[in-house]
Design a binder for this molecule. Structure first.
Ligand code: 2BA
Length: 108
C-alpha cells in the first residue's frame, strides 16, 4: 500500500476532493502553507493500493492547474532616488506529489 501526499492550490482543492470521492478514493485534507510564498495550500493524504496509485495521480493531475503568481523580489535596486523591488513571476502547481510506502495499515 502507498500513502500519497499531494500539495494542491487552495483554488483546486474542492474539485480534487470531489473527484477523488467520486472515483472511490478516501482522502484526508490538511490545511498547509508553502514556505516560499507563505500562502495557504491544501495537502491531501490518500492511502491507496499499489496498483491504484496511477489512477489517483490521474485524478489529481486532471483537477490541479498551473498558475502564474507574482512574488516580491528579495533583491532591490536604487533607481530614480528610491529603492524599488521588482516582482518576480513564478509558476505554481499543478500538484506536488510524494508517494511513500506504508509499512502497516490498521483501523483499530
Ligand atoms: P511554496 O513553497 O509557497 O512555493 C510556491 C511556488 O513558488 C512553487 O510552486 C515554485 O514555483 C516557486 N518556488 C518555491 N520555492 C522556490 C525557490 N526557492 N526559488 C524559486 N521559486 C520557488 P510549486 O513548485 O508548484 O510548489 C507549490 C507548493 O508545493 C509549495 O509552495 C510547497 O508548499 C510545496 N512544495 C513544492 N515542492 C516541495 C518540496 N520539495 N518539499 C515540500 N513541499 C514542496
Amino acid at each position: 500500500m502507498k500513502l500519497i501526499f499531494a500539495i494542491i492550490n487552495n483554488d483546486d482543492s474542492h474539485s480534487v476532493q470531489s473527484a477523488l470521492t467520486k472515483s472511490g478514493f478516501q482522502a484526508t485534507k490538511l490545511a498547509s502553507s508553502g514556505g516560499f510564498l507563505m500562502a495557504g495550500n491544501t495537502t491531501f493524504m490518500i492511502c491507496s493500493e499499489d496498483d491504484k496509485v496511477d489512477e489517483v495521480l490521474d485524478v489529481i493531475r486532471t483537477h490541479s492547474h498551473k498558475r502564474q503568481q507574482f512574488v516580491p523580489n528579495a533583491s532591490s535596486s536604487f533607481s530614480g532616488g528610491a529603492y524599488t523591488s521588482f516582482p518576480v513571476e513564478v509558476t505554481v502547481g499543478g500538484a506536488t506529489v510524494f508517494v511513500t510506502n506504508i509499512e502497516r495499515f490498521e483501523k483499530v
